[in-house]
Design a protein around this ligand. Structure first.
Ligand code: SRM
Ligand code: SF4
Length: 554
C-alpha cells in the first residue's frame, strides 16, 4: 500500500506486528529503496523511523497535487542522533555538506540536541547514511520505539569531572538496538548471516513507544529534565557521595482526539551512583517494555504506566526487576535554565553560544549563519554543542581568535547576544509546516512574527528586557516543550492556537490553558492583561510564569 497519510497507524497492534515481523528492522526496505517510486509503503514508513528517517510530503504542494490527481511530493526527513549534542568541526562540515548536496540547504538543530535534514529524496538516503558513517555519525535509532538521543546540559561536557559526559556516551552506546540492519541497508555493509539477538530490554518488539533520557543540572535546568521519560541530575549523597537523582514518568505530548492523554512532569524515583545508572535504566526499560500499552500508541509512553500504577507501585516493579532496593532520591531544587548564549570562559579558552532561530541553520538574505559556521569550522575548528534550546555553542576557542570569530559572524549578519530581544533570545518553535505530517498549524515559519508581537507587548508595558520564555508548536504533541513554558502557543486548527501560561524558567511546573482558539493577530491583546499586571504588580525579578501562577491568573 502506498503511504499517503504519513501519520502513525491508529492501532498499535499493526505497528507491533510489523516490528515482530521485521527481521530486526529490515522489512522490505532494501527493495523499497531500490524501487523507482518517490515514496514508500506504510509498512516501510513505520520501519524507517527506527533508522531515523521519516517519509513526509511537502504539505505546501499537497492540495494542488491532490486536486490535479497527482502523487504527493514525497520527501524524507533524516534525524542524526548526537548524544549531548557534541560535535567536532570535522563532523559539522560533513553535516554542512549533506545539507547542501542532499537536503534542502538547511541543518535543523532540534530541541533534543540532534540534527535534522529536511527535503531529502529517497535516492539520497543511502549517500547520506554513508557520509554520516564515515564521520562516525548515524541516523540509526534517532526515532522509533527505542531509547532516543540522550540530552545533556552543555556545561556537563566540561564540569562534573567528566562523569556525566562519560555517562551520556555510555547510555547512547548501551541502549542502541543491536541489529545490524541499518548498516546492511543504508551503509552497504555485509548482509548479516543470521538475525542477531536483540538486547533483553528491547526484545523483538522493541519498546511500546519512544523513551527519552536527559542529564540536567540542578543549578540550571536547560534540558527540561522533568519532561523526560527518565531524567538524571548529578547530586551529592550524604553517605554515598557523587551520583544522580533519577526522575521517571515525564512527557509532554497530548492528543486532542484522546482525552485521557496529558502532559506530565517526571517524579523522583531514587538516588544511584554513577556506576549503577545503566542497571537502573535497564530495569526501568524492562518494566516499561512489559507494562506499557501496546494497543494504543497515543497512550503508550512510560508516563502513563507511572501515572496509572502510581510511583510507589512502579518503584516496587523496578526493584523487583533490579533485584535490589532503591535508595531514596536526594532532593533536587531546580534552577532557572541558562540559555548558554554569548561569550563564556572555559578554562584557558572561550565558548560562544550563538542563537539559531527555531534551530534552522541556513543562509538567507538577512543572515548567512550556515556559511559563517562553515568558515569558523574550517579556519578555527572549535568544538560545537547543540543545545536543547535549538542553539549552538562553539567551544574551546583560543582567546586570541575571539576577534576572528566575531568578524566572521558580523560579516555574515549573525546577531550577537546583545542585539537579541528578550523574547527572541529564548523563543522555540517546532518545524510544523510544510514538512511535519502532524502539524495542524504553522509554527517555525511564523515564529519571527509571533516573537515581534510578544516583544512589542512587553515593550509597551515597560518589560522590554525581562527574560521571557515563548514556545510554539503546530500541534499538541509539544515538540518545542510549550507545556512547561511561561507562554505556550499550541496549534489547534489551521488558523488558531491554544495559549498556555504559567510554566516556569525552572521547568518544574506545567503551564495551564489560558485561552483557546486564539488567532495569532489577537495574541498580544489576549495576553495584554497578564503583561500589564506582571509589569506593575510582580515582585522584583519575578518571572512571568511565576507571577501568573502565584496570582492565580493561569
Ligand atoms: Fe517531536 C513527533 C519534531 C522533540 C513530542 N516530532 C514528531 C515528528 C517526528 C512528526 C511525526 O511523528 O510525524 C516531528 C518531525 C517534524 C519535522 O518535519 O521535522 C517532530 N520533535 C521534533 C523536533 C525536531 C522539534 C524541534 O523543533 O526541534 C524535536 C526532535 C527531537 C530529537 O532530536 O529527537 C522533537 N517531540 C520533541 C519533544 C521535546 C523533547 O523531547 O524534549 C517532545 C515532547 C516531549 C515528549 O516526548 O513527551 C516531542 N514528537 C512528540 C510527539 C508526542 C509524543 C507523545 O507520546 O506524546 C510526537 C508524535 C508521535 O510520536 O507520534 C512527535
Ligand atoms: Fe509536528 Fe510541531 Fe506537532 Fe511536533 S509539535 S508533531 S513538529 S506540528
Amino acid at each position: 500500500m502506498v503511504n499517503t497519510a504519513v501519520e502513525d497507524a491508529p492501532l498499535t497492534s499493526s505497528v507491533e506486528a510489523l516490528k515482530l515481523a521485521s527481521d530486526g528492522l529490515r522489512g522490505d526496505l532494501v527493495a523499497e529503496l531500490d524501487a523507482d517510486s518517490a515514496g514508500v509503503t506504510t509498512e516501510s514508513h513505520q520501519l524507517l523511523k527506527f533508522h531515523g528517517i521519516y517519509s513526509q510530503d511537502d504539505r505546501d504542494q499537497r492540495r494542488v497535487l491532490a486536486a490535479a490527481g497527482r502523487e504527493l511530493a514525497h520527501i524524507f526527513m533524516a534525524r542524526v542522533a548526537i548524544p549531548g549534542g557534541a560535535l567536532t568541526s570535522e563532523q559539522w562540515l560533513v553535516l554542512d555538506r549533506i545539507a547542501g548536496e542532499l537536503a534542502d540547504g538547511s541543518i535543523r538543530l532540534t530541541t533534543r540536541q540532534a540534527v535534522q535534514f529536511h527535503g531529502v529524496a529517497k535516492q539520497g538516503l543511502r549517500p547520506l547514511a554513508r557520509s554520516l558513517h564515515e564521520a562516525t555519525m548515524s541516523t540509526f535509532a534517532a526515532c522509533g520505539d527505542v531509547v532516543r538521543n540522550t540530552v545533556m546540559c552543555p556545561t556537563l561536557w566540561r564540569d562534573d569531572a567528566g562523569d556525566s559526559a562519560r555517562l551520556a556516551r555510555l547510555i547512547a552506546s548501551t541502549f542502541k538496538p543491536r541489529t545490524r540492519a541499518h548498516w546492511e541497508i543504508f551503509v552497504g555493509g555485509e548482509l548479516a548471516a543470521s538475525a542477531e539477538v536483540e538486547h533483553d530490554f528491547y526484545g523483538a518488539s522493541y519498546l511500546p513507544r519512544k523513551f527519552k533520557i536527559a542529564i540536567g543540572r540542578e543549578s540550571e535546568n536547560c534540558v527540561d529534565v522533568l519532561a523526560q521519560d527518565l531524567g538524571l541530575v548529578p547530586v551529592e549523597h550524604p553517605e554515598r557521595g557523587r551520583g544522580y537523582t533519577v526522575f521517571v514518568g515525564g512527557g509532554l505530548g497530548r492528543s486532542y482526539a484522546q482525552e485521557d492523554t496529558f502532559a506530565r512532569l517526571a517524579e523522583p524515583l531514587a538516588f544511584v551512583t554513577g556506576d549503577e545508572v545503566v542497571a537502573l535504566i535497564t530495569a526501568v526499560l524492562s518494566a516499561y517494555r512489559d507494562l506499557g500499552d501496546r494497543t494504543n500508541r497515543r497512550r503508550a509512553r512510560l508516563k502513563y504506566v507511572v501515572a496509572d500504577l502510581g510511583l510507589a507501585a512502579f518503584r516496587d516493579e523496578v526493584e523487583r526487576r533490579l533485584g535490589a532496593r532503591l535508595r531514596a532520591p536526594v532532593p533536587v531544587a531546580l534552577g532557572a535554565a541558562d540559555d548558554h548564549l554569548g561569550w563564556r570562559e572555559n578554562g584557558d579558552t572561550l565558548d560562544l553560544g550563538i542563537r539559531v532561530g527555531a534551530g534552522r541553520v541556513r543562509d538567507t538574505d538577512v543572515s548567512q549563519l550556515r556559511s559563517a559556521l562553515r568558515e569558523i569550522a574550517v579556519t578555527i575548528g572549535p568544538g560545537l554543542i547543540i543545545t536543547a534550546q535549538q542553539d549552538v555553542v562553539l567551544t574551546s576557542i583560543p582567546p586570541a581568535q575571539r576577534d576572528d570569530v566575531e568578524r566572521i559572524l558580523a560579516t555574515h549578519g549573525v546577531l550577537g547576544v546583545d542585539a537579541l530581544g528578550a523574547v527572541q533570545r529564548q523563543a522555540l518553535a517546532c518545524p510544523a509546516l510544510p514538512t511535519c505530517g502532524q502539524a495542524l498549524a504553522e509554527s517555525e515559519r511564523v515564529l519571527d512574527g509571533v516573537v515581534e508581537r510578544v516583544q512589542g507587548l512587553a515593550d509597551s508595558v515597560g518589560a522590554s528586557r525581562r527574560p521571557l520564555q515563548l514556545r510554539m508548536t503546530g500541534c499538541p504533541n509539544g515538540c518545542a516543550r510549550p507545556a512547561v513554558a511561561e507562554i505556550g502557543v499550541v496549534g489547534r486548527t489551521k488558523t488558531s492556537y491554544d495559549v498556555y501560561v504559567g510554566g516556569g524558567p525552572r521547568g518544574d511546573r506545567l503551564a495551564r490553558i489560558y485561552r483557546e482558539k486564539v488567532k495569532l493577530d489577537d495574541l498580544d491583546e489576549t495576553l495584554r492583561p497578564l503583561f500589564e499586571a506582571w509589569a506593575s504588580e510582580a515582585d522584583e525579578g519575578e518571572a512571568f510564569g511565576d507571577f501568573v501562577t502565584r496570582r492565580g491568573l493561569a
